[in-house]
Design a protein around this ligand. Structure first.
Ligand code: GLU
Ligand code: MG
Length: 378
């Protein structure tokens, strides 16, 4: 399909056709009212508002990067054992095509590698600033799908390809830059190198985790993935490099103290590929800002699997279970009126009614049928 690119403002993706195929051209647009005002429920606008609040109140811009996990299936490629050279070689031409597409469409794929699950692949994107970084989540997903299609295969971002499979997450890494492009989330002399901004922001996100899970893991299939012992997280817990925590500090690998700020970031792990990333990140920003305004402090760090702690230990560390079903996540959003107040009432109303409908699917379908049904869309 041809489109007139000169008439379309960025952000736009152009991926030239391969022989016998068609170009992939698509762009993201803002929904506006008839008076050409931003439509309050436009997800990109909702994020724009959150990012503007962040900048006004903290003088910083949000930087994000995403780990896209997905399942690649191809009629001629049988998956090999995880983390082996064999598994890398079997999907070699797909990985090459992904790297070429990243360059052609400026997607900033940092790494492309086989993950733990059968046919599971992970693509990590480079950190980018503000709205553009979240646009890139959408672009990355669609281009990965396109490359898979061109190879005669399929990429699915479903949080669980089937109930017993390893889950696909979309972990979000975030940090902050001030207007001089200096890392504002990092303080080499502070505990765990978290600046005051990061500390309060993380505490706000932690405080609102149950409702955030509802925005970031918003399908019934999401709750087949989330849970203890899966590296996906089943508890609201905060740690350093701890894969079972919903939030974790990712320290910089660089030893030079003066250069450690650039790579230092916080990882939010519950997110998955069924979320609208504009809404997910907007909700995270509003939650973080709540922590900044109230000068909240994060809970103690957890250095073990929170599911292995006793109830007393969990209470002492401020650890509590995350919603385990979409119904519980919906209830958490309804209960978190402070967070919800940041989102347009009309948007929230429609979002929740849609989620209530999806929750009924989770009640009536078996996990297998649920995965099969959602695999059509994701
Ligand atoms: N696949 C895991 C998830 O569902 C994450 C594995 C990892 O830490 O990269 O979130
Ligand atoms: Mg991974």
């Amino acid at each position: 399909m041809k489109c007139v690119r000169s008439r379309i403002r960025r952000p736009i993706i152009h991926l030239p056709a391969e022989e016998g195929g068609s170009d992939l051209d698509f762009c993201l647009v803002n929904s506006e009212t008839r008076d050409r005002e931003p439509w309050p429920s436009c997800p990109r606008h909702i994020l724009r508002v959150a990012l503007a609040d962040l900048h006004r109140e903290t003088g910083t811009r949000l930087v994000t990067a995403c780990e896209h996990e997905f399942t690649y299936s191809h009629p001629d490629i049988a998956p090999a054992s995880s983390f082996t050279l064999e598994s890398i070689r079997r999907f070699g031409s797909f990985a090459d095509a992904l790297a070429d597409a990243s360059e052609a469409a400026d997607l900033g794929f940092d790494t492309i590698e086989p993950e733990f699950g059968v046919g599971q692949i992970e693509v990590c994107t480079e950190p980018r600033i503000g709205l553009a970084s979240v646009d890139n989540i959408v672009f990355a997903r669609e281009v990965i799908r396109e490359v898979a299609r061109r190879q005669g295969g399929r990429a699915s971002f479903l949080p669980k390809p089937h109930p017993d499979a390893v889950g696909n997450g979309a972990h979000l890494h975030f940090s902050f830059l001030d207007d001089d492009d200096k890392p504002a989330g990092f303080d080499p002399d502070a505990a765990h190198e978290m600046s005051e901004l990061t500390r309060h922001f993380v505490a706000g996100v932690f405080q609102h985790l149950p409702a955030l899970v509802g925005f970031c893991a918003p399908s019934p299939v999401s709750y087949l993935r989330l849970g203890p012992h899966h590296w996906s997280c089943g508890y609201a817990a905060f740690g350093v490099q701890n894969r079972e925590c919903a939030l974790r500090i990712c320290p910089s690998p660089v030893l030079d103290k003066s250069k450690r700020g650039k790579a230092f970031n916080i990882e939010f792990r519950p997110m998955d590929g069924t979320c609208n990333p504009f809404i997910a990140v907007a909700a995270i920003v509003h939650a973080g800002l709540d922590g900044v305004r109230r000068k909240l402090d994060p809970p103690p760090l957890v250095d073990t699997d929170p599911a292995d702690l006793t109830d007393d230990e969990r209470t002492r560390l401020g650890v509590y279970p995350l919603p385990a079903t979409l119904q519980e996540a919906i209830a958490a959003i309804e209960a978190d009126t402070d967070l919800a107040a940041n989102l347009p009432a009309e948007f929230l109303d429609v979002f929740l009614s849609l989620k209530r409908f999806e929750a009924t699917l989770g009640d009536t379908l078996t996990p297998d049928d649920l995965c099969e049904k959602y695999a059509y869309a994701y």
